[in-house]
Design a protein around this ligand. Structure first.
Ligand SMILES: [Zn+2]
Length: 702
């Protein structure tokens, strides 16, 4: 069972199971060596070299094969103890190895490392198939699963039995040999294609757009400084450069007054992976879609979407579509209003333009200033990265009693990474690695991953989680200021981290964030709400020069503008989520990716002023692994839970810090992992099913 989770992102997927203390012959290889040092052992990120991965991971794969063989030669009748317990204990060396491997892949990749990935990823996929297609092993698992009531397993054990049985069946354990072989071939080819997709995307995101003085006009000082730093790092003669990633491009589009420069930067960004050059992703995507459709058929499902959504809260693509389609018209209507507001300003300025996609963020800022008297540049000086980190610590302390302290001497992959110990009532809970800054070789966006999941069925093992972001480093010695949106993202990813840290379950397969995709975003989205609480803002939103807390009037304005630009945000997201689902419902037809995207958007009535948040050729959620394929809708699904849960806090006497509600959230959701069905978890927390109207209220579409 895959334990490593990369939320909102993806990485090389190792299949495999749990992690036991077995020392390999090459125990000196830092990739496979048992983790030593403080806190129950930590990954030796400081010792790993690219050359260690191939021998290390291949040895760990062989070890897992031996463990599986040992399970299948048992003569006695299959029981939970002689089947599922060793399964949970198997693959621990491989889990350690792929944790380090995945972390390098996501945060410090190099061309040499990508060559290793091309070799190892298909092998890891093949091993996963080898295990799920092992008839002797599956037969033992199925017996345990069928006997689950008769032998009196407890609820968590029953769920574990179901989880393993279901995973094997969904991977094709019941197919005949010819079909099994074909499924394995498809998986292997897909895993190579995912590496290719990723490589292309990363290569395009490592490019930059060099800009002249005139093209940099209008940028606030910190953004300007970051552009200058980017140009210096790249040894350009130009005074500034915008790196082709979201964290550099979005602020540029919001503030650059030079419209031609905005269009140039916007085009470079939306065309990542779609330039007909060596990094073009259309061919890889076409093949991925075809193979996924074929695999779904082999596994007995009408489409890839049906296969993927089956085990989520939504259960069917139709249910997911229904929710998206219910929200879409209100969001499009709101976009029309937003564009009208922008056009009015442009006309008043006698700009002589029609709002285009590269104008949206720029004029949205002007509307925000005019309608809500809110200039986000006035907010940014209060958004110090380190203070916001303290704010997250403080809020989770109030809610769940967590305490944090910076450690020293824990090895890290890059000097920018810091490691904090997390405690509760003086007892060790886990470690939180924080890797905040963008760098070459790091995937864009923000994500959480678990280096080790919590468990206690043999002995208590504490979790190790990490948060990874791509904030732009400012000038040396200056505090890093981030945007309000980035602060929201920071709290979001920290919500995933807390979900991992608060896990209190027996078996690693059911631990922490190992839950359904359309549920896993619920704890993270809910955690975003604590950023805007007055308790947090008054204590931690402090001016970087004067130290003064953010003025009350400014907070009121932020609150009032809470549903501002929701048309844009919902439409750019939903367009991506709808195209994702349509692509994966299309079956095994030959798909011309660009044409499909264009036609689907036309059919939806996509406002011409907006593009998809992730256009298909750069949609890493879908094509850098099976990860969020037919699953991008999950954010909206989870947001219906989030909006409804947030109202529970808002109705409470103590609002967002109400101890009784916080305890319920901890007991019924945050600590449960996947030991209880998510719909039941939610019902236990809220006393009823979620009310979808809360989502419409949250987005201002009511
Ligand atoms: Zn997330």
């Amino acid at each position: 069972m895959k334990r490593r989770t990369f939320l909102t992102a993806s990485a090389a997927t190792a299949a495999s199971a749990a992690l036991p203390p077995i020392v390999l012959a090459q125990g000196t290889n830092p990739v496979t060596a048992p983790w030593t040092g403080p806190f129950g052992g930590v990954p030796a990120f400081d010792k790993v070299k690219t050359a260690d991965f191939k021998p290390g991971i291949e040895a760990a794969m062989d070890e897992l094969r031996r463990e599986i063989r040992a399970m299948t030669v048992v003569r006695s009748a299959p029981t939970f103890e002689n089947t599922l317990v060793p399964l949970e204990n198997s693959g621990r060396t491989l889990d350690r190895a792929t944790t380090i491997y995945g972390t390098v892949s996501g945060t410090l990749s190099t061309p040499e490392f990508r060559e290793v990935e091309k070799d190892l990823d298909p092998k890891l996929t093949a091993l996963s198939d080898e295990i799920t297609q092992n008839a002797a092993l599956f037969s033992r698992i199925e017996t345990v699963y069928n006997n689950r009531d008769a032998v009196g397993l407890n609820a968590e054990q029953k769920r574990l039995a179901w989880q393993h049985w279901n995973r094997f069946v969904r991977a094709g354990a019941k197919l005949d040999n010819a079909k099994k072989t074909r499924v394995a071939e498809i998986n292997k080819r897909l895993s190579s294609l995912f590496v290719v997709f990723n490589e292309h995307l990363l290569a395009d995101e490592e490019t930059h757009i060099a800009l002249t003085e005139a093209e940099l006009e209008g940028l606030p000082a910190p953004i300007r400084a970051a552009a200058a730093e980017a140009a210096r790092e790249r040894k350009l003669t130009a005074p500034g450069a915008i790196v082709n990633t979201r964290s550099s491009v979005d602020p540029f589009l919001a503030y650059a007054t030079n419209r031609t420069a905005r269009e140039k930067v916007w085009r470079a960004f939306v065309n990542r992976g779609d330039n007909g050059d060596k990094n073009d992703n259309n061919g890889a995507i076409k093949e991925i879609l075809k193979l996924r459709a074929e695999r779904a058929k082999l596994l007995g499902y009408p489409t890839h979407a049906h296969w993927r959504v089956e085990n989520s809260m939504a259960k069917t693509p139709e249910n997911a579509m229904r929710l998206m389609e219910a929200v879409w018209p209100a969001a499009v209507q709101r976009v029309r209003e937003e564009v009208a507001d922008m056009q009015k300003i442009a006309d008043a300025e006698r700009a002589g333009i029609t709002i285009e996609p590269w104008d949206y963020r720029f004029y949205a800022e002007k509307v925000r200033a005019q309608k809500y008297d809110l200039d986000m540049n006035e907010v940014k000086p209060y958004m110090q990265l380190e203070k916001l980190r303290e704010a997250m610590f403080w809020a989770s302390g109030q809610l769940y009693g967590l305490e944090y302290s910076l450690t020293s001497g824990v090895p890290v992959l890059h000097p920018d990474v810091r490691v904090y110990e997390v405690k509760k009532a003086g007892a060790h809970v886990g470690l939180w690695y924080f890797d905040p800054f963008a760098r070459a070789g790091k995937r864009s966006g923000a994500w959480m991953s678990a280096y080790r999941t919590q468990e206690k069925f043999n002995r208590p093992i504490a979790t190790i989680v990490s948060n990874n972001c791509n904030f732009v480093k400012g000038a040396p010695g200056e505090p890093v200021l981030i945007s309000w949106d980035d602060a929201v993202t920071l709290f979001h990813e920290f919500g995933h981290a807390i979900h991992g840290l608060l896990s209190n379950v027996n078996y690693p397969t059911l631990s922490g964030t190992n839950v359904a995709r359309d549920y896993v975003e619920f704890p993270s989205q809910l955690n975003e709400h604590w950023l805007s609480t007055p308790e947090v803002l008054n204590r931690f939103a402090l001016h970087y020069q004067t130290g003064a807390p953010i003025p009350r009037a400014l907070v009121d304005k932020i609150e009032k503008a809470g549903t501002f630009n929701q048309g844009f945000e919902t439409v750019e997201y939903l367009a991506s989520a709808l195209v994702d689902m349509k692509l994966h419902l299309a079956g095994d037809a030959d798909i011309d990716v660009d044409k499909f995207e264009r036609e689907e958007l036309a059919r939806l009535g996509m406002p011409r002023e907006i593009v998809m948040r992730h256009r298909t050729p750069q949609f890493g959620h879908l094509f850098s692994s099976d990860g969020y394929s037919a699953g991008y809708y999950s954010y909206l699904w989870a947001d219906t839970l989030t909006a409804d849960a947030a109202e529970a806090f808002e109705e409470a006497r103590g609002k967002y810090y109400d101890p009784a509600i916080a305890k319920k959230l901890h007991d019924e959701i945050m600590s449960r992992g996947n030991t209880v069905d998510p719909a039941d978890q939610y019902r236990a927390f809220r006393g009823r099913d979620p009310d979808t109207a809360a989502l419409m209220r949250k987005r201002g579409f009511a």
